[in-house]
Write a protein that binds this ligand. Structure first.
Ligand SMILES: [Fe+2]
Ligand SMILES: [Fe+2]
Length: 267
């Protein structure tokens, strides 16, 4: 049987919620994070939304200029709710291209999806994106990563919870059915990782905004995947690295086939 997952070590730097244009944006934090990321030479950099504060063209230009300092050939960028304000998604598409994207490395598929809606803070994926994602998972032996800006599960420490995507239930079921291994998100500036069924949902904090809750500090995540394990670490710009979770890479997940499952009420 073909080996499941990556054949070699893969490192992903996951930054989120840059918020260029906000009063709380600190360029020094972002520049430092970019410097640290360049030092660690990741294979992929994921930027999971809210690059801007209001979606204005000049904010996009500034965010893009910061990201151009990242020395990595694979940079995956998706919009957040702030980026879709004021018809900001047109600037997103001009600068970063498609709002959905897929990236393939040996033994790894990463699909990044736009969960934002014009001028709304609430996130939603919608069934057309389900099909788009499923069509990108061409190799069943690949370690599967899905990235989206909004939350799929409520997070502690975010105040009144209203931040999961509107179709979170349907999408979670799809992820279980597809055997997805890891979900990467951002949005409420709260770093947190949940285990759900047999995969992990890892939320990055904000990398460069002081708009944080409680004792949270600006930070970003580093995901390291080896042929045997996947680990998520949290890194504070100028500061320490904290181990968050390590889990085995394997295909022994259940139930891949949800057809006939007693909970499957909707056909
Ligand atoms: Fe944000
Ligand atoms: Fe957000």
């Amino acid at each position: 049987m073909e080996k499941y997952g990556p054949r070699e070590n893969i490192k992903i730097a996951h930054i989120s919620d840059i918020h260029v244009g906000s009063n709380h944006f600190v360029s020094n934090l972002l520049n430092r994070a970019v410097f640290e990321i360049n030092e660690m030479e990741p294979d992929v950099v994921l930027v999971s939304g809210d690059l801007t504060n209001e979606g204005f063209r000049q904010q996009y230009s500034a965010a893009s200029a910061y990201l151009e300092n990242i020395d990595c050939e694979r940079i995956s960028v998706i919009p957040g709710n702030h980026d879709s304000r004021n018809v900001g998604y047109v600037h997103f598409e001009d600068i970063f291209g498609s709002r959905n994207s897929a990236l393939y490395l040996p033994g790894i598929t990463m699909v990044a999806l736009d969960s934002s809606q014009p001028d709304l803070n609430e996130g939603r994926l919608g069934r057309q994106n389900y099909r788009w994602m499923v069509d990108r998972f061409v190799n069943p032996n690949d370690f599967k990563i899905v990235a989206l800006h909004h939350h799929l599960l409520p997070l502690p420490g975010t105040g009144r919870e209203r931040n999961i995507i509107e179709d979170a239930g349907d999408f979670l079921e799809l992820l279980v059915g597809q055997g997805v291994d890891l979900v990467l998100s951002g949005h409420k500036h709260v770093p947190h990782t949940w285990r759900f069924e047999d995969f992990f949902i890892s939320n990055a904090g904000t990398v460069s905004s002081l708009r944080v809750r409680g004792y949270a500090k600006p930070c970003y995540n580093i995901v390291e995947i080896t042929p045997d394990t996947c680990s998520v670490k949290r890194k504070y710009p100028f500061g320490e690295t904290v181990d968050v979770v390590t889990f085995p890479v394997n295909r022994e997940k259940h139930p891949h086939n949800l057809e006939g499952h007693p909970d499957r009420l909707v056909k």
